[in-house]
Design a binder for this molecule. Structure first.
Ligand SMILES: C[S@@+](CC[C@H](N)C(=O)[O-])C[C@H]1O[C@@H](n2cnc3c(N)ncnc32)[C@H](O)[C@@H]1O
Length: 284
């Protein structure tokens, strides 16, 4: 179902040092939310984490679950900026889990596991999941009409792991439309199959259908232009480090990532892709 461990390694295990060169200092690998024209990527990423933590109604005493926690930017933010005493992350990337656990962030524990198979005795009061759902359903499964059932199983699992009264701050990249021809179609195919194999961006209407009967949609915010600006900034930083990247990881790595990020900028600009944030309340 969706990206398996080997496929996730293609997406996230190039090298932690490689991603550190062009992401923000906390290594958020998802859309930032800009409050002004001159705001930095770093500040916009913190703003995004604040919005999702507010959607999840996080308090210092909440036990928070971060599904698809990446390199731990949100977990660290929860522990340091929101005084959360206990936060648990899950990622399918071993390199990410090792990196976060090695930092020994107080109250933070990360599991190297497939969330769709992960078993836990713990119950959570608040959930955050930032751009992990695009790994859940493969292009083949989407063609077979399985997307909503797969996403509903994800929402069922999150519901089963939470306490009554829980809230969920969710962020997903979106597939608005598929171009029918031209270079952009080839580039999008490249990104889907070479950079993020095994996954496919969900449609907004699939997410809205799949939350039932587990979660009530309170708020949906579309952030298409924010993701265009985020990916443009990643591309700028990647190019600034071109020489170092070509030397350390090879010409193909630089050119693939340049093509991928440039494709993202054009897809957000042309409404092919978008991004949404959701404030979800558990149906008890
Ligand atoms: C685009 S990254 C986002 C990381 C992080 N949330 C952030 O904002 O930087 C997607 C994350 O989802 C994780 N992931 C994908 N499929 C998963 C699965 N089945 N179970 C657990 N984690 C998964 C990846 O390992 C990666 O950490």
């Amino acid at each position: 179902m969706g990206s398996n461990k080997d496929e996730v390694q293609v997406s996230y295990d190039v090298s932690n040092e490689f991603f550190r060169l062009w992401l923000d200092e906390r290594m958020n690998y998802t859309c930032a939310v800009y409050e002004s024209e001159d705001q930095s990527l770093e500040a916009a990423q913190l703003n995004k984490l604040a919005i999702l933590s507010d959607f999840a109604k996080v308090t210092p005493d909440s036990h928070v679950l971060d599904i698809g926690c990446g390199w731990g930017a949100c977990l660290e933010y929860l522990a340091t900026s929101r005084s959360v005493k206990k936060a648990t992350g899950v990622t399918l990337s071993s390199a990410q889990a090792d990196e976060v656990n090695a930092r020994n962030i107080p109250g933070v524990k990360v599991h190297d596991a497939d969330f769709m198979k992960w078993e836990t005795e713990e119950k959570f009061d608040a959930v955050i999941s930032i751009c992990m759902m695009d790994h859940l359903c493969s292009p083949q499964e989407a063609r077979e009409g399985k997307a909503v059932d797969i996403y509903r199983e994800y929402f069922r699992r999150v519901h089963a792991m939470t306490n009554p009264g829980a809230w969920f701050g969710l962020q997903t990249i979106l597939r608005n439309r598929t171009p029918r021809r031209g270079q952009i179609l080839q580039d999008l195919y490249f990104v889907t199959h070479e950079i993020f194999p095994g996954g496919l961006n969900p449609r907004l209407e699939e997410i809205i259908a799949a939350v039932n009967p587990y979660w009530e949609v309170i708020t949906v915010k579309q952030r298409r232009t924010d993701y265009q600006r985020t990916t443009a900034e990643w591309l700028r930083r990647l190019r600034l480090n071109e020489t170092a990247i070509r030397q350390e990881w090879g010409d193909k790595c630089f050119e693939d990532y340049q093509r991928y990020l440039d494709t993202c900028v054009r897809c957000f600009d042309q409404h092919i892709s978008s991004l949404a944030q959701y404030e979800l309340r558990r149906i008890d």
